[in-house]
Design a protein around this ligand. Sequence first.
Ligand code: KIV
Length: 275
Amino acid sequence: MSTQTIPTVDKKRITTQTLQEMKADRIPIAMLTAYDYTTARILDGAGIDVLLVGDSASNVMAGNETTLPMTLDHMIYHAQCVVRAVQRALVVVDLPFGSYQGNTKEALVSAIRVMKEAGAHAIKMEGGAPIIEAVERIITAGIPVMGHLGLTPQSIYRFGTYKVRAREEEEAEQLKRDARLLEEAGCFAMVLEKIPATLAAEVSASISIPTIGIGAGVACDGQVLVTHDALGFTTDFNPRFVRHYAELAETITDAVQHYIDDVRTRSFPSESESY
Ligand code: KIV
């Protein structure tokens, strides 16, 4: 196995407080998803601020169509792998569908399991008013919560599509109310997913906690992408908001074809690669 070369970055740990200071200082927050030790180690070494153990693991790790099949045990497993790798980034873990919507006690028990069993630093929950009591109860127990408004993939069967949310006045007003509720409940930050850039800008300017956008324009206090999309692992998912910073599917395909070729022609292993 090869050793990784990891660039040196400021090793000071990122905390929820750091993110609030970054908003105050107008320094944009960079967040990516991570689900495994090796990738998390590279992203952390590169200097990412926040690693989200997202329930998007359901899509990119497990090949499911939606995030709904993820269980609390799945999330804890992925979170344990990521936490082991990280020295600097804040590790935020999604509470999966069905682990917090039932009642506030169940929500608290789920959040405590993620913090205790995985060593996570914070959790993320999707939704506004309907989950506000659960959010408050978890924060009261000392667990930092990141909110998530706009396109909330756990509600995909209610929405019916992955189209941009809150284009209409009524939904935009509800989203603004939800953002204020989450701020008042004590959330340390919130994701705004796939909403008009003007609405995200208005929300970001009107609340004191950082907003992290995905498909929500440049005025958010930070940005998040699914790592597998940003690095070009996924080739069949190309929404407007994804920018590819690498084409790893191509790089890996080329490398694997090269390896197959070397095996077939017996040019691998060489003498120096043998005992
Ligand atoms: O699960 C996830 O990856 C997410 C991001 C898209 C914000 O929630």
